[in-house]
Each structure stands twice: as structure tokens, then as C-alpha cells.
Design a protein around this ligand. Structure first.
Ligand code: XUL
Ligand code: CO
Length: 436
């Protein structure tokens, strides 16, 4: 059955095309820095926004037309939706998808029924993966929508809720494993607080760490070797999320002995909500060997919440790709479009425009970043800026061969520090514009 009968497989037609249903820059097999675009970018379509989003907002109900969806919570409807999802992803030419357990299958009256529903839909997902060759980038569990998670999941004050969340994640890891998922994501959901007066922060954070250890131990016991990823987000839905930003997440992982088991999944709109740029969050994770995967989207400077818009800004994607190229790629992670069409873009066709634009923006970012690196002017400038550490006293500082006593003697002898040089920010900003 065709769910998008009027839409062909999206071709690559190059930058001059006027066809809105064609790629201008994403040429899957094109080689950049020795690898195909497909390999560098590892695009993934997210199930929740793209197939479960309704367009509702706090001021009104859903607007999105999804003719294949009867709006019911039946397993039949969920299985039919799988067909629409895979036809879409196949026509788009994205190699991966990802989901929360409750996106793909309806929650039942109890855990047993929910698990049974998930098994039934996972069977359909597995068949479609086999038919199309589309793979699962990551699975995760929705530990935030059901009212039982009002106080959080692993950080809930209610131990039964912790147990329920554990059972749910156990099942989600099993399904991810069964479908060959390459990663498993923890996003905090409601793991945070609304008010410190009623919160035992120490116990909550300890419980979160215990939960992650249990997940990692269980994954190991069933032979799931996918990468675990922790996704920073500073706020929303809670006032303060414990997974605030890359630095807070890495501190949490290290303080709790999880640093070798879990990397980070960095999302643009979460970075900006934390008061950082995406490039900052990526670079902070990368330099510590913790950059695992990205959720590609963007916020709106005039709106203070997680608008999850599709990324079209090539300054942003160029900065992202500079970090990803510097790391030598993201695998087993990827570029997941955790993004949704606007409420006003209500036709199924808009899903294609949105993803094509995002993929093209990233392909352009990849080419721009590769050109910046090939030229070498930027990296040469940075290397030169730190040259005082390549020899003499700087080299001794980096090697750990001197302490305060030696440094005092060095400066007493010398009398004054060597003159500073300009940081040339404006020149470098102009330089970046040369490549765009
Ligand atoms: C929420 C968010 C999630 C995670 C997966 O802001 O980004 O969709 O990516 O739970
Ligand atoms: Co996300």
C-alpha cells in the first residue's frame, strides 16, 4: 500500500535544480574526506515527531493530516503506521530511524499488555527493516508521558515508579537489541525538580546513577553491545533537569563510575536552552572522548522553549560538522532529526520538505567544514596562537616539569611576560564567510 503515492524516491539533482523534492547537496555516495556523505552523516528519522506528532500546542489541538492514522490506540493502527514510516524513510533515503517504546506501540492497561503490544509492533518494525535495509540508530523508553512519572522515573520519590521505569527500560533495551539498534539513549524526561523544598537532590541523583548501572549491567547480560547515550537538556519539562548540559552530564557520569559506559547525545535546542552554542556542547564532549551522537534541530531565538525546528542554518551545520570531522565521525552514533514540522505545515508533503532541507543543510555543512579544514588557515591560526607552549617554559608547564617555585624564579629573572598578540576574532569571522 502506498501512503505517499504522489512522491517518488527523492533524487539528488544538484544545487541548480528548482525541484523542491530533490536534494541539492546531499549526494549519498559523494566522497568527502575519504568517506561517503552517508557515512559521515548517518541520518536518522525520529518516530515521535514525524509519526506521532499531531501539531497540538498549549493553545489548541492537533492540526496535522496523517491519512494513514485512524487516531486510535490500537495495535492495528500502530502496525499500519509502521508501513507509512518505512515508506517515508525509504523514499527520503535516510539509513536510520529511532523511537521511544511508546511512540511505536500503544501503552496497555498494565505492563504485561504494554510489553505484548510492543512485541507485536516490533515484529512489524523488524520485517520492514529487513525489507528496506533501514536500520535502528537508537531505541529509548518514554519515562515522562504517563502520569505515573509526574515526579520523575529513576528520580521519583516513589520507589514503585523507579521499579516500573526499570521494567520498562529492560524491555526497551531488549527490543532495541532485537532490532539491531546501534545505541540506546537516556534522556532525563522528568528527571529533575520543580521545587527544592520538596526534593532530596542527593537521593534523586544517586538513584539515577543506580538506574543507569542497572541498565548497563542488564544490557551486558543479554549481549547488547550498543553504545549508551545520555542526552543533556537543562529544563523543560522540569525547572531544572539533572542532565543540564554536557558538563553536568559528564560530571554525573564520572562521579558515579559511568564514564566508560555512557557517552553523550547532544541536541542543538537543548544546548541553546542551556545558554551554550551547539558547537560548544559538541566540542566540550569531543575533547573528553564523550561525543556519541547528535539530535539535529534548532530553536528560535525569540521563543524560549524547545521548538525542535528543522535545521536549515548553514553556519550552524558547518560548525557542527567541523567538530564531527575533527572527531573522525560519529559512528555508532548518527544525525537524528529530533525535529518537528510547524503546526501550520499540516500536510504529509511537509514532512519531505522538512527532512530534505535538514539533510541538505547538513550536507552543505559537511562540504563547508571539509573546505575549511582542507584550506588549513583556521587550524594554522589556532596552532600558532598556542605556540608558546611548544617549547621553553610553556613546554615545561604542559609536561608537568615545573611548579610555582620554578615559575616564580622564571618570572623574577625575566621581569615581565612576553607581549600578547591579537585574537583576530573579526578576521576569523570574515574568513569563515569566505567558505559559505
Ligand atoms: C526531548 C528530547 C527527546 C529525546 C529522546 O526534548 O529531545 O525526544 O531525544 O527521549
Ligand atoms: Co532529543
Amino acid at each position: 500500500m502506498a501512503f505517499f503515492p504522489d512522491i517518488p524516491k527523492i533524487p539528488f539533482e544538484g544545487p541548480k535544480t528548482k525541484n523542491p523534492l530533490a536534494f541539492r547537496h546531499y549526494n549519498a555516495s559523494e566522497i568527502v574526506e575519504g568517506r561517503t556523505m552517508t557515512d559521515w552523516l548517518r541520518f536518522s528519522v525520529c518516530y515521535w515527531h514525524t509519526f506521532r506528532g499531531t501539531g497540538s500546542d498549549p493553545f489548541g489541538p492537533g492540526t496535522l493530516q496523517r491519512p494513514w492514522d485512524d487516531g486510535s490506540d490500537s495495535v492495528e493502527n500502530a502496525v499500519k503506521r509502521v508501513g507509512a514510516a518505512f515508506e517515508f524513510i525509504e523514499k527520503l533515503g535516510a539509513p536510520y530511524y529511532c523511537f521511544h517504546d511508546r511512540d511505536v506501540a500503544p501503552e496497555g492497561a498494565n505492563l504485561k499488555e504494554s510489553n505484548r503490544n510492543l512485541d507485536a509492533v516490533a515484529k512489524a518494525l523488524g520485517e520492514e527493516q529487513k525489507r528496506t535495509g533501514i536500520k535502528l540508530l537508537w531505541g529509548t523508553a518514554n519515562l515522562f508521558s504517563n502520569p505515573r512519572f509526574m515526579h520523575g522515573a529513576a528520580t521519583s520519590c516513589n520507589a514503585d515508579v523507579f521499579a516500573f521505569a526499570a521494567a520498562q527500560v529492560k524491555k526497551a533495551i531488549e527490543i532495541t537489541h532485537q532490532l539491531g539498534g546501534e545505541n540506546y539513549v537516556f534522556w532525563g524526561g522528568r528527571e529533575g525538580y520543580m521545587n527544592l523544598y520538596n526534593t532530596d537532590m542527593k537521593r534523586e541523583i544517586d538513584h539515577l546513577a543506580k538506574f543507569m548501572h542497572m541498565a548497563a549491567d542488564y544490557a551486558q547480560s543479554i549481549g547488547f553491545t550498543g553504545q549508551f547515550l545520555f542526552e543533556p537538556k537543562p529544563k523543560e519539562p522540569t525547572k531544572h533537569q539533572y542532565d543540564y548540559d554536557a558538563a553536568a552530564c559528564l560530571n554525573f557520569l564520572r562521579a558515579n563510575g559511568l564514564q566508560d559506559k555512557v557517552k553523550l547525545n547532544i541536541e542543538t535546542n537543548h544546548a541553546t536552552l542551556a545558554g551554550h552554542t551547539m558547537m560548544h556542547e559538541l566540542e566540550y564532549a569531543r575533547i573528553q572522548g564523550a561525543l556519541g551522537s547528535i539530535d539535529a534541530n534548532t530553536g528560535d531565538l525569540l521563543l524560549g522553549w524547545d521548538t525542535d525546528q528543522f535545521p536549515t542554518d548553514i553556519y550552524l551545520t558547518s560548525q557542527v560538522m567541523l567538530v564531527i570531522l575533527a572527531q573522525g565521525g560519529l559512528a555508532p552514533g548518527g544525525t537524528n532529526f529530533d525535529a518537528k514540522v510547524r503546526r501550520e505545515s499540516f500536510e504529509p508533503l511537509d514532512l519531505f520538505h522538512a527532512h530534505i532541507g535538514g539533510m541538505d543543510a547538513f550536507a552543505r555543512g559537511l562540504k563547508i567544514a571539509a573546505a575549511i579544514r582542507a584550506d588549513g588557515a583556521l587550524s594554522k591560526f589556532v596552532k600558532n596562537r598556542y605556540r608558546s607552549y611548544d617549547s621553553g617554559i610553556g613546554q615545561k608547564i604542559e609536561a608537568g616539569n615545573v611548579g610555582f617555585v620554578e615559575l616564580e624564579k622564571y618570572m623574577l629573572d625575566k621581569g615581565e611576560a612576553a607581549a600578547n598578540e591579537s585574537g583576530r576574532q573579526e578576521m576569523l569571522e570574515n574568513l569563515i564567510n569566505d567558505y559559505l
